[in-house]
Design a protein around this ligand. Structure first.
Ligand SMILES: [Zn+2]
Length: 351
């Protein structure tokens, strides 16, 4: 099996760049998170201000680690929203980082900290983490899906992360499941994220409130509560049948997604995490029953549907394989070009 922890793993300095906050920590090969620090991102202050906060935060973690006598990190692993180019180390244009267009974050952080630095999409960092150390450990083919404000994911195929030609492969939340469905945050139509994400659930709940005369949801909303997926879940638990139906439809969409992914990729395991999945065991029941309806019967015996096991720290702990696997790999050296698109393999045939 390919998914074994390398004995050569060294500690890494993990940076998790998010739309709301930047987190950093030293991660040791025993998966412990040391010297944890966080600051608000404040992307509205501009790219340079955010970069300066990343430099300061990472340097502070490194100093804390020295003060605590911890081993020195081998490099920096940055988790960021995509799209991004993991080979050149460039954040391309994430919707939730205002003003970030083609930012060479690896070159900038590497220079500021004088350490080898690597970049990967947050959901790919998460799938690497669950694959190496969590619910997908030991699998050669695994899929990770996060269900929270958005729907994201990552894919491991034949023991390697699936990156695609531009490094953006694995965006399972942007697969169309309704031909004329609602508009997605990405601009597409009928994507899973436009139906099953927390954002979509909140949108549909607000539309229901515009019509409804009285309901548990309407009473909660009238008391000043923010109408989000968590409130819909509370109303559903309180007997609001429209909210139950809204959540079930979202979970069926995740089930349909999983059915398509099983038929397309034949994985051994699909790991589902994110704040909605964490709090909704019903999601797993529905996904399993939808798989029975939608996936090739021969694949059902093999594929496992598992809750994520490493929680909110996947984007920090996942920096361990990102740095250790890529250090010394020339395709990830800053300034190098991405691998050329594979030429047709003349004469190469599968047995
Ligand atoms: Zn989309």
């Amino acid at each position: 099996m390919a998914a074994v922890q390398s004995s050569a793993e060294r500690p890494v300095l993990a940076v998790d760049l998010g739309g709301t906050q930047i987190r950093a920590a030293l991660i040791t090969p025993d998966l412990a998170v040391h010297c944890r620090r966080a600051v608000p991102t404040h992307d509205e202050e501009g790219v340079e201000a955010v970069l300066a906060r990343i430099f300061g935060l990472a340097a502070a973690v490194r100093d804390d680690a020295v003060a605590e006598g911890l081993p020195a990190p081998a490099g920096v692993g940055i988790s960021s929203p995509g799209p991004l180019d993991p080979w050149r180390g460039v954040v391309v244009a994430p919707p939730n980082l205002a003003g970030w267009t083609n930012v060479p974050i690896v070159a900038r952080v590497g220079e500021a900290l004088d350490m080898p630095t690597f970049l990967e999409r947050d959901t790919n960092v998460a799938v690497m983490c669950e694959w190496r150390y969590g619910a997908a450990r030991g699998a050669r083919n695994a899929i990770y899906i996060t269900v929270s404000t958005g729907v994201g994911g990552g894919v491991i195929i034949d023991g390697r992360p699936l990156l695609g030609a531009d490094g953006t492969a694995g965006e399972v939340g942007h697969i169309t499941i309704e031909l004329d469905g609602p508009r997605c945050g990405c601009g597409g139509i009928g994507h899973v994220e436009a139906i099953a994400s927390g954002t979509a659930i909140a949108r549909d709940a607000r539309a229901m409130l515009a019509d409804a005369v009285d309901s548990p949801l309407a009473r909660l909303a009238a008391s000043g509560e923010v109408v989000d997926a968590a409130l819909v879940a509370r109303a559903a638990a309180g007997g609001d049948r429209a909210c139950v139906a809204l959540l079930e439809r979202a979970f069926v969409a995740i089930g349909a997604l999983c059915g398509s992914l099983v038929n397309l990729l034949d994985p051994e395991v699909i790991v589902i995490g994110g704040s909605i999945a964490e709090h909704q065991p019903r999601l797993f029941e529905i996904v399993r029953s939808e798989l029975e309806r939608r996936a090739f019967p021969i694949l059902l015996d093999r594929v496992r549907i598992e809750p994520a096991t490493l929680g909110g720290d996947v984007s920090l702990i996942g920096a361990l394989p990102i740095v250790n696997d890529r250090i010394g790999d020339p395709t990830y050296e800053t300034g190098s070009h991405r691998p050329p698109t594979a030429a047709p393999q003349q004469g190469a045939t599968r047995p």
